[in-house]
Design a protein around this ligand. Structure first.
Ligand code: DC
Length: 216
C-alpha cells in the first residue's frame, strides 16, 4: 500500500532529521525538497545567474538531472550534499525559491517522484501544494532560538565554520521571506497536525508522528 507523509515548517525545525527517521520506520523514500532549492541556488551562483534572470534560470534547470541517492542530492552526477548546507547558500536560497518558474519545475519533479514511490517529503509547501492529498500532514515548528541552536550544532559537527548570532538572524530573515513570498508561502495546511518541538527531542517527535500514523 502506498503511503505519503508531508512535513512542513520553518527553517531549522528539525524536519529533515525527523523525516529521515520516519522514512526508515515506515520504509518510505525521503525527499528533502529544500535540498532541491539549495542545489538550484548552487548551480545558478556557479554560472553567475541571478534570481531575476528567469529565462537563463529556466534553461539551467531544464538541463539539470537531479536525483537522490540515499539521502544525498546528486546533480548532473555531482554530490552536492555538503555544499547545500553552507551559510552562503542558506543566505541566498530564499530569493531563488521565490521564483515562480523555479517552483513550477521543482514541484513537478517532486510530484512525479511521489507518483512512483511511497514518500516522506519535507519542505514549506508540501501539504499545501505538492502533496495536497498526503495521507499524513505534519507542521513542525520550534522557537527561532532553538532552531538556530540546532543548525549551529549541525554545522559545527560537520566541521563548517559558523556563528550562532548570524544563524539566528538568517533564520529570522528566512522565516519572514518564506512566509511572506507571493507564491506558495510557508503556511500550515488546514488539515496538518502541528507539533512544536521546542521542548521535545528527536525521538519524542518521531514517536509522536509514528503514533498518529499507526493510529489510523
Ligand atoms: O528546508 P531548507 O532550509 O533546506 O530550505 C531551503 C530554502 O528553500 C528555504 O529557505 C525555503 C525554500 N523551500 C521552499 O521554498 N519550498 C520547499 N518545499 C522547500 C524549501
Amino acid at each position: 500500500m502506498k503511503l505519503t507523509v508531508a512535513i512542513d515548517g520553518p527553517a531549522g525545525a528539525g524536519k529533515s532529521t525527523i523525516a529521515k527517521l520516519v522514512g526508515k520506520k515506515f520504509n518510505l523514500v525521503y525527499i528533502n525538497t529544500g535540498a532541491m532549492y539549495r542545489a538550484v541556488t548552487i548551480i545558478a551562483l556557479r554560472n553567475g545567474i541571478t534570481a531575476e534572470n528567469i529565462s537563463k534560470l529556466c534553461n539551467m534547470i531544464d538541463n539539470l538531472e537531479m536525483h537522490f541517492e540515499d539521502d544525498n542530492i546528486i546533480v548532473n552526477g555531482e554530490d552536492l550534499s555538503n555544499e547545500i548546507i553552507t551559510p552562503e547558500i542558506s543566505g541566498k536560497v530564499s530569493s531563488y525559491a521565490a521564483v515562480l518558474e523555479v517552483r513550477e519545475r521543482l514541484v513537478n519533479l517532486q510530484k512525479k517522484i511521489a507518483e512512483n514511490y511511497s514518500v516522506v517529503m519535507d519542505g514549506r509547501d508540501i501539504g499545501t501544494v505538492v502533496l495536497k492529498n498526503a495521507d499524513f500532514k505534519f507542521y513542525l515548528t520550534a522557537l527561532p532560538e532553538k532552531r538556530a541552536e540546532r543548525r549551529y550544532k549541525e554545522l559545527i559537527d560537520k566541521g563548517i565554520n559558523a556563528e550562532y548570532k548570524n544563524i539566528l538572524s538568517d533564520i529570522i530573515k528566512r522565516d519572514y521571506a518564506d512566509s511572506h513570498r507571493e507564491i506558495d508561502p510557508l503556511t500550515k495546511a488546514v488539515d496538518a497536525i502541528e507539533i512544536d518541538s521546542s521542548t521535545m527531542n528527536i525521538k519524542e517527535v518521531v514517536d509522536l508522528m509514528a503514533e498518529y500514523i499507526y493510529r489510523r
